[in-house]
Design a binder for this molecule. Sequence first.
Ligand code: NAD
Length: 395
Amino acid sequence: MIIKPKVRGFVCVTAHPEGCAAHVQEWIDHVTAQGPLQGGPKKVLVIGASTGYGLASRITAAFGSGAATLGIFFERPSEEGRNATPGWYNSIGFTHAARARGLYAQNINGDAFSDDIKRQAVETIRRDLGQVDLVVYSLASPRRTHPRTGVVHKSVLKPVGASYVNKTVDTDKGLVSEVKIEPASEAEIADTIAVMGGEDWELWMNALSEAKLLAPGAQSVAYSYIGPEVTWAIYKNGTIGLAKNDLERAARHIDSLLKLNGGGRAFISVNKALVTQASSAIPVVPLYISILYKIMKAQGTHEGCIEQIQRLFSTHMYHGQTPKFDEAGRVRIDDWEMRPEIQAAVREIWPRVTTENLAAETDIVGYRSEFLKLFGFGLPGINYDAETEPHRLMP
Ligand code: NAD
């Protein structure tokens, strides 16, 4: 089968197996080029390990410090004649590369919110690893079936309290328009907190703790976003921001649990806005990212997921370093994004962006190529006109 991109709004419904493996290899090469991570993690559980920040965390742990990794994700496998979602191919690519280096790499594909997947993870860690010294929680999901009540909670990306009007871009068509989003109801706020808040992270950590699978001094990190004022109504002060506040509440609770476990810690790392499958679904944010990329690339400070996580691990978590927290106890690896001169440049460009000048004023071209790369397209060295087999089994 010849596999080409088929973009539908903010998703691409196809994915290229060799392209995804090449993308994973680029990330591996970046981590390898930075040299070994002194005192890095050795046995790592990554929840949300197949794409974006979770995949970057897994690669940094494995190729930065030779960690054994167990990856949890929820991807659609391939079938005869039908491609998988990219996270499936990424995980195959990662697993081959890690095992070729002699590293343990195991995967569980299923709903991380369920008791069943937690049980499978507990059994796998007990059998294969004994204990883990790092747990990365990097889920981004539109829904969660609650394991106790069976209720299906759906998250929404909406402002809270008042409607919100701002510019947005259809990244596929290149159209800049105004979007008006009505405020969330109380039920929608509660649902979004149930999906993207901290309860599930706490359930994971409690399950691991009860099974005595957390090594003394074990750490855990989950990811959040704050961003500039132009996105606050839809992000920081919106439904997702309230869910992230709950994630911070959970971080404090898990931190006290881990402190008692040989002086470990849990914390939130606030990461940079980047093109991922999760962020492309948020209104307004892709336009902000397109402007941000242009400015940060010009300044030489642009980073992707892998650069962000490699910097998190090497300047806050390992390599003889300890986390440097902001006033709210969070690590800020979004520090370069939030530099005043970067944000001043965004504020200057923002009001004048139109459909007509989109290509000149923003890095929409870079946005699109990053987006396609998420699905394995546009990687050097891949012949996209060649036949390829979409059906691939997890090794
Ligand atoms: P992503 O969409 O690339 O990755 C999400 C991961 O979660 C995938 O591995 C997916 O398989 C997994 N997943 C989703 N639902 C699942 C389920 N029910 N069970 C098991 N696995 C499931 O997302 P991302 O952008 O890397 O986001 C990861 C975290 O980083 C989120 O907390 C997000 O808020 C945060 N973050 C993202 C950005 C950004 O700009 N992308 C910035 C800062 C923080």
